[in-house]
Design a binder for this molecule. Structure first.
Ligand code: MRU
Length: 349
């Protein structure tokens, strides 16, 4: 698939680089990560964001934390690695890909049997690259599965950004849109702006329009009218953590879009790589929802404060869409249908 080629995380010439997404769409700037603290801050401040991209960044960040380890004692190396893992996992709580990638890196290290520092470094570097590569392949596969649910000329609504820059490449829910464009599907995409951090406005409308896709930006409170107008045939969204029963946490506002879609009889598709499915979390009620600073609501992107100083705020970064509103879950292993308890569990057998 030819797609707009921009990677959110790169590791080249022994340098870890992160595209600073807080500067988009105005500036395309990569920042070099030197320490685990740099990586923690990049994730916390959403310089790198989107569940799969956070996983890739965490994996490279963990490798970075031991890359310059000078000693030869493998147990000292293990302590440094474990400290970094325990630290990086605290950057953001909701996207399970963060813990998933760090655990996978740690398990790789342990599987070597704690013999040699050089071998451990090399295995960790390879594992981070494997996580990146596998995510790219998973996104490509989700593109094919997702496209099988769509028809040429459809109007498609999306919320937040689950595109190329939220993943290793292609995106999750934007992958079928890129694939469809190559195959002449001529989709009309509507992007919710996604308050408060404007991932839809700053990122989705940027990456889609740069790729020549027909995209219309709307405010979040306009989703209902475009559905009522008959302009939307399908809703596609990403996911940060899906519980074993199919409840899916995604960017704040997603559950409202799902409820509207149900009302208007529009299919609601959630794109969820298996790295985002958390079978240890039984239901959406068990998902930890990140709360962020209220200044993001009234100050962050504006010259002047948009509310009185000191106003009380409530700023959850995600909400949970109950499984009953999700028409299908698209994974890299295939399309899951309700009852999700069964269809999700079958993916891991
Ligand atoms: O706060 P963000 O920008 O990291 O939130 C991102 C989302 O909610 C995405 O929809 C989700 O991570 C899926 S990305 C393929």
């Amino acid at each position: 698939m030819k797609v707009f080629e921009i990677a959110p995380v790169k590791y080249i010439d022994n340098k870890m680089l992160v595209l600073d997404q807080t500067r988009l769409p105005g500036e395309e700037v990569y920042e070099e990560m030197h320490t685990k603290e740099d990586v923690w801050e990049a994730i916390y401040k959403l310089k790198v964001r989107g569940a799969p991209a956070i996983g890739v960044a965490a994996a490279y960040g963990l490798y970075l934390s031991v890359r310059d380890f000078r000693g030869t004692d493998i147990d000292d190396f293990a302590v440094q690695l474990k400290d970094a893992k325990d630290y990086l996992v605290t950057a953001r709580p909701t996207a399970v890909n963060l813990a998933w990638a760090l655990t996978r890196m740690w398990d790789k290290f342990e599987a070597l049997g704690r013999v040699d520092v050089a071998a451990a470094k090399s295995a960790l570097s390879n594992e981070a690259e494997a996580i990146r590569r596998e995510d790219e392949a998973a996104c490509f596969a989700m593109g094919e599965y997702g496209l099988s649910l769509l028809k040429p000329g459809m109007g498609i609504l999306t919320h937040c950004n689950a595109g190329t820059i939220a993943t290793a490449k292609y995106g999750t829910c934007l992958a079928p849109i890129y694939l469809g464009q190559e195959r002449g599907y001529d989709f009309k995409v509507f992007a919710d702006e996604t308050r408060p951090l404007l991932q839809g406005a700053r990122l989705t409308s940027w990456e889609l329009s740069k790729s020549g896709i027909d995209v219309t930006l709307i405010c979040d409170n306009m989703a209902s009218i475009v559905m009522k107008n008959g302009w939307i045939d399908a809703v596609v969204v990403g996911c940060d953590r899906m519980a074993a029963n199919g409840d899916g946490a995604n960017k704040i506002g997603t559950s409202g879009v799902a409820i509207l879609a149900k009302e208007y009889g529009i299919p609601f598709y959630m794109y969820v790589p298996t790295s985002t499915i958390d079978m240890d979390t039984p239901t959406g009620d068990d998902i930890h929802i990140e709360l962020r600073d209220g200044e993001e609501i009234y100050k962050m992107w504006y010259e002047k404060p948009m509310a009185p100083e000191g106003v009380k705020t409530y700023n959850p970064s995600f909400d949970v869409t109950p499984a009953k509103y999700i028409t299908a879950v698209i994974t890299e292993k295939g399309i899951c249908r309700p009852p999700y308890e069964k269809s999700l569990a079958a993916l891991f057998k």
